[in-house]
Design a binder for this molecule. Sequence first.
Ligand code: NAD
Length: 324
Amino acid sequence: MRVLVTGAAGFIGAHVCERLLSRGDTVVGLDALDAAPGDVALRRSRLQRLSGARGFTFLAGDITDAARLGEAFSAARPEGVVHLAARVGVRAPDAEAPAYADTNVTGFVRVLEACREARVQHLVYASSSSVYGAATPAPFREDAPVDQPLNLYGATKRANELMAHAYSHLHRLPTSGLRFFTVYGPWGRPDMAPLLFLRALAKGEPLRLHGDGRMRRDFTFVDDVAEAVLRVLDRPPSGSPPHRLLNVGHGEPVALGDFVGLLERHWGTKARVTSVPSAPAEMVSTWADTSRLEAVTGFRPRVSVDAGVARLVAWYREWSATSR
Ligand code: NAD
């Protein structure tokens, strides 16, 4: 398959590209790289690992730049598009709200338009567990009401789902929205709890634990997430409209305090935990019902948190020894 992956230098994007390439697909990766906030060196390292692979082309560019996006579509002539580029994180400073809207809303419409024009066979895009609000019954099901997001990021992701539905309805563009739940693993995001915790533990610095450690997250290992993305990509929806939403989570919420305990055990030292208040943008608990994903793909995330943390720690040991 010829696939265009946006956000290819990102955490999930790099893992998805690696899998697509290893099964022989032709991949064009698009990413704003140093024009987007975040750890640019890490993005470059992820790209470096992909650069030698047969069938991979990388283009630096912003999804809100229609001309550059058009070049990426021309280069890729994609049958499938995996759209992962986004402004990420639930605790964005208010001043960044317009930038979130630019990338996550305007950028998404540009991707939809390009997919329509190119008659793409399937657009798989990243949504988020953040679309669920504080009142959603657990485990979260895709048919639960999602009109009370706790943060702007979640609101932009919900907007994506609604816009994709409209495009699927109007233009019969097959679209699948994946609601990812707290993805972690090697080459992960330095702004997210797993790597923030691990870095503090490794450096003997205070580990800032939001809430009292009882907040729960449905931690989902990145290999499982990449597997789910490929399986969904291979199965475009055929309903009317051809649009679907799928949770991609492990289905087993873990208290943050217990997650820290696993990190301590695998790293081999105790953390210096300091409690900080949880932010109003934070959900108390997330928990995916994955039966719809399983019905569509025959797959559900299966890497246990213990095994996943072991692999995260093993990667971090090697990476921190060689990179800084
Ligand atoms: P990431 O930040 O590692 O990757 C996103 C990539 O998008 C980055 O490489 C960045 O450079 C790129 N990007 C940002 N703005 C861009 C723009 N305007 N044009 C082009 N590229 C741009 O994040 P990730 O964790 O890999 O997340 C991938 C997707 O999954 C995102 O849409 C995110 O919202 C979603 N998601 C992730 C998680 C998670 O736990 N990691 C959970 C829910 C949803």
